[in-house]
Design a protein around this ligand. Structure first.
Ligand code: ZN
Length: 899
């Protein structure tokens, strides 16, 4: 018999999973109505609303008339809501998205009476290292979670410590978030069952009351729960009903000494389902694009626009956060659900892009239409390579780019666009129909510069910027009608565009700033950097050398002379697992040798060199029917690798692309490491996490050491810069990056790597990505001294964040406006997570990505700085003059508002 037990009635509400959102929401409205009625009828009933405010929002959207009932239960302490907006997947969104999730959930809960100050993380598939700091810097002292806790935690609580030293007392839901349900199975036997459970788990509780989480997925607690427990309480045990918040505040008396530092990815007490990292690749890519676009939108809006776009940004953030749910971006839902997540992320991107482009357009309106604006979203100056479309120069003419200050830079022309847009024959009576293509002056997306009308022939000359004076469509109409009447029979109609070329221009852009240039004929410009060069099979820029081998792999030599040999071997193996977990077929036959290799030189500097390597493979079409073999039938798959070296960049850009025509397989890209590598480091949510070669197992899941990486992964003498959350594994002396995992079910019942099904065996043919073009982009940064010496934090930002380019739209000719700086942030290993407009200034969030801390110097036009917590609440204000030095501790996240 336990001393006491505390029941926490709740439900766990995956908003979308094996059913799409609207189906689950319909159930939610019914379930939550039961909760409201139960709570109102039983003053001693309590309910914890799953730690995510979205369930309340979703309910009130359908039942707005019950808002006061919800608020009343929050006020009386019967209902605990928030603090999150969504129970996210922590590894598959950015650190910034995690912060905004907490912030939006907290703010919405405040309007209903206040959030539960517990970082409740019941179901996510492992936990990121910086979560304790995120919670602590939001003023939250407690967490409660299940999956990922290491085996040495033998009690029911531990102190969870982030890399910066922040800690939260963490309730370990070691039997999951539904451990109380077994006790409630037979209402007449609750007392006995509770006694049995307490005895079974007594080692973990010590003198503390048993925490019985009384709830499960998508189900309201039984309305009779309170009366059942009343009957048992006092009679056989001291039983209370509480919210999770009340349990950790009032019922937990133990002092916890056990400390767990960093991320939680042990498989020892619960499955962490690591296969989700590589399932449904497109969702991971869409998430990264949405996060990047809204980040750029916020920065450009804060620094370069006068518009209040807060409602658009809030809408976009809401959609991103919704999509970060632990069954959403992970891809573990049905195809219907995945389609919806993809569309939602696309819509978030569209919304953010509109805000971003509006801000840029405001500034482009100050630049003549033969000029270009370049905006740098990063808070440090950089030289960007910009690609623009220009009028093709006549033979023998050299183009240069001229900046606002008159300085010139070389231009590399890469392609010429066709000039004949149409060449038609038609009867004179049809000429009038051609004129319908013209809208005021526009024809085929360009402007009519002039036209030639001679008997039997009409020629349009189009330009982006007309130079021939005014054009009058009514005049043309009259002239064409007269000419057609005068000359019946066949006419020739041609539309000729000014010849265009794609020009590459190196543009120095200030920190979070703007620069402009125009491309014009000149005498050439001095090159101040080592050019990028190429031969048929090699490329170099003085910082990285690349040679393509006969088998299509690469030898990559860094500036310090170290060589990586055989980079980019592709290994395709079978996968008989499911979305949650990879599993090889018993008799796997990996394919790693190409059948043919073609190498093509595309560009040869001086600013950019490109080589395309196309390797043909014969991959099995699928698994065979017994699933322990791959099918003997194969399909020919050409895989293109576009290699790119830019002048001044110490890394090799790689873009992979192929049309997937095989099912049930996993494709990985291999990179050789030095012998005896024992660890890897991966940049993720506000941290770079070091990992060994194995993972802790023990529960019903094979502890496969595939791990997540956000912006880069580093091992041995190389760092790979990444565009989106990516799965990797150190295999022998190689680093393997997963390019595609194609599987056909959410969960299979019989799984070689997992004892219990993770869901029902629901087909997910969309997760095979059959017929889809699979594209992966990353960069190889050779770095024998490790990621820090290679400046990987900043270079990953450069790789991931292209500058934004817009054509000038001013209707006057003239000079270019001077370059302008926004906010500059300097300092070693400083990562800037967000720059955005808030009510009282511009909020900047920084992280010291270093074991020793770092000093960040912020420069800009401001005179006052307020340090705020992660929820935006002010902590301290100081006066400054356009410059601020912030000493950050190791891995510290700091948020300031400058004004
Ligand atoms: Zn869940």
């Amino acid at each position: 018999m336990p001393n006491s037990a505390v029941f926490v009635p709740h439900f766990h509400w995956d908003r979308e999973w094996y059913e799409p959102f609207q189906v689950f929401r319909h159930r939610l409205v019914t379930a939550f109505e039961t909760v409201l009625e139960t709570a109102e009828a039983n003053p001693d009933f309590r309910f914890t609303a799953d730690g995510q405010l979205a369930v309340i929002e979703d309910y009130l959207q359908m039942r707005p008339e019950h808002r006061d009932r919800v608020a009343a239960l929050v006020a009386s302490g019967q209902l605990a809501i928030g603090p999150w907006l969504i129970l996210l997947d922590e590894f598959l969104c950015s650190g910034e998205t995690i912060v905004r999730n907490l912030r939006m959930g907290w703010a919405a809960a405040a309007k209903l009476g206040g959030a539960m100050p517990v970082g409740y993380l019941p179901d996510m598939f492992g936990h990121v290292a910086q979560m304790p700091q995120i919670l602590a810097r939001a003023g939250i002292e407690h967490a409660a979670l299940w999956r990922g806790v290491p085996g040495f935690v033998d009690g029911h609580a531990f102190r969870w410590r982030a890399p910066d030293g922040s800690e939260v007392r963490t309730e370990f839901l070691f039997d999951g978030y539904g451990n109380g349900l077994d006790v409630l199975l037979v209402p007449e036997e609750i007392g006995r069952a509770l006694g049995d459970y307490a005895e079974l788990t007594t080692r973990r509780w010590g003198g503390d009351p048993v925490l019985a989480m009384a709830g499960t997925d998508h189900t309201a607690p039984d309305p009779r729960l309170a009366s059942w427990l009343r009957r048992v309480s006092g009679d056989e045990a001291a039983i209370t009903i509480a919210t999770l918040d009340a349990y950790v505040r009032e019922h937990v008396r133990d002092k916890v000494s056990l400390v767990v530092t960093g991320e939680l990815r042990s498989h020892v007490r619960g499955n962490i389902l690591p296969g989700v990292l590589s399932a449904r690749l497109r969702l991971k890519q869409r998430m990264a694009v949405a996060e990047r676009t809204i980040d750029h939108a916020e920065r450009m809006n804060a620094l370069w626009s006068g518009r209040d776009e807060s409602r658009f940004l809030e809408l976009a953030w809401h959609k991103i956060i919704e999509s970060s749910a632990h069954d959403s971006v992970v891809g573990s839902g049905t195809d219907e659900t995945a389609d919806q997540v993809e569309a939602r992320l696309a819509e978030a991107t569209h919304t953010a892009r509109a805000v971003r482009d509006a801000a840029i357009a405001e500034r482009a309106a100050l630049i003549p239409s033969d000029g270009y604006l370049v905006a740098n979203p990063l808070p440090f100056p950089r030289r960007a390579l910009v690609e623009v479309d220009v009028v093709a120069p006549p033979e023998g003419t050299v183009l240069v780019a001229t900046a606002a200050d008159g300085s010139t830079r070389p231009v590399q022309l890469t392609s010429l666009a066709p000039t004949v847009l149409s060449d038609e024959r038609m009867d004179a009576s049809h000429l009038e129909r051609v004129l319908r293509r013209i809208h005021r002056r526009e024809l085929f997306g360009r402007l009519i510069d002039r036209y030639e009308l001679t008997p039997g022939s009409l020629v349009f000359h189009l330009a982006d910027v007309p130079t021939s004076g005014p054009f009058d469509l009514l005049v043309l109409r009259r002239e064409v009608a007269a000419a057609a009447a005068a000359r019946p029979g066949e006419w020739a109609v041609r539309t000729l565009a000014q010849a265009r070329a794609t020009a590459l221009v190196p543009v120095p852009v200030p920190a979070c700033g703007l620069a402009s240039f125009r491309v014009e004929p000149g005498d050439g410009a001095a090159t101040t950097f080592t050019p990028a060069t190429a031969t048929a099979r090699t490329m170099s820029n003085g910082l990285v050398d690349v040679a393509v081998n006969a088998d299509g792999t690469l030898d990559v030599t860094s500036v310090d002379g170290s060589v990586l040999r055989g980079v980019g071997r592709l290994v395709d193996g079978g996968d008989r697992g499911d979305i949650y977990n990879y599993a090889p077929p018993a008799n796997d036959v990996p394919v790693s040798e190409p059948t043919d290799v073609a190498v093509e030189l595309l560009e040869n500097g001086p600013l950019r060199s490109r080589i395309r390597v196309t390797r043909g493979y014969r991959w099995p079409t699928a698994l065979s029917s017994d699933r322990d073999l791959r099918a003997s039938e194969t399909v020919s798959t050409p895989v293109e690798t576009l290699l790119e070296v830019r002048a001044g960049e110490p890394f090799l850009r790689v873009a992979m692309s192929f049309l997937n025509r095989s099912a049930d397989h996993r494709l990985r890209w291999h990179l050789p490491l030095a012998d005896g590598v024992t660890k890897s480091a991966a940049a993720g949510q506000f941290a770079v996490v070091e990992r060994g070669l194995t993972a802790e197992g023990g529960w019903g899941e094979y502890p496969i050491p595939t791990f997540p990486a956000g912006s880069f992964v580093s091992s041995g003498a190389v760092t790979v810069l990444l565009e989106h959350a990516t799965e990797y594994e150190v295999v022998g002396d190689e680093l393997a990056i997963t390019l595609l995992r194609a599987i056909g079910a959410i969960s299979v019942n019989i799984h070689p790597y997992r004892d219990e099904p993770a869901a029902a065996e629901i087909p997910a043919p969309g997760a095979q990505d059959l017929g889809m073009r699979v594209e992966n982009r990353f960069a190889i940064l050779p770095s024998s001294a490790g990621w820090r010496d290679a400046n990987a934090v900043a270079l990953a930002e450069v790789f991931r964040n292209d500058v934004l380019v817009a054509r000038g739209s001013a209707r006057y000719a003239g000079g270019l406006p001077p370059d302008a700086t926004g906010i500059e942030v300097g300092g070693a290993d400083i990562f800037v997570s967000s720059i955005r407009r808030v009510a009282n200034g511009v909020e900047v969030r920084l992280v010291a990505m270093s074991d020793t801390g770092s000093t960040a110097r912020i420069t800009g036009a401001f005179t006052e700085v307020t340090t705020v917590d992660l929820l935006g609440r002010p902590l301290a204000t100081t006066s400054v003059t356009n410059r601020l030095d912030l000493a950050l501790g190791p891995w510290e996240i700091r948020t300031v508002v400058v004004q």
